[in-house]
Design a protein around this ligand. Structure first.
Ligand SMILES: [Zn+2]
Length: 71
């Protein structure tokens, strides 16, 4: 389970997206997490717990840290 993440991080999910990619960028944090697929550009919303369970690891940290929970 991934518990530390921030806006702009790139994450790998346990399941591949329909397009075959499994890297996503976090485009919104809060009670719900919005992710953008880096393969096809589609956005999905997951609730925070679902996201933490689905995420496997952070591929690339965002340049700025400390945005977790902002907005
Ligand atoms: Zn995709």
């Amino acid at each position: 389970m991934l518990t530390e993440f921030a806006l702009g991080d790139r994450v790998e999910l346990r399941k591949k997206h329909a397009c075959g990619a499994n890297e996503w960028e976090i485009t919104r944090t809060g009670a719900d997490i919005r992710l953008k697929c880096l393969g096809c550009g589609r956005s999905v919303m997951l609730d925070r717990l679902d996201f933490m369970r689905a995420a496997k690891r952070i591929v690339k940290k965002a340049d700025s840290d400390g945005d977790e929970g902002a907005k």
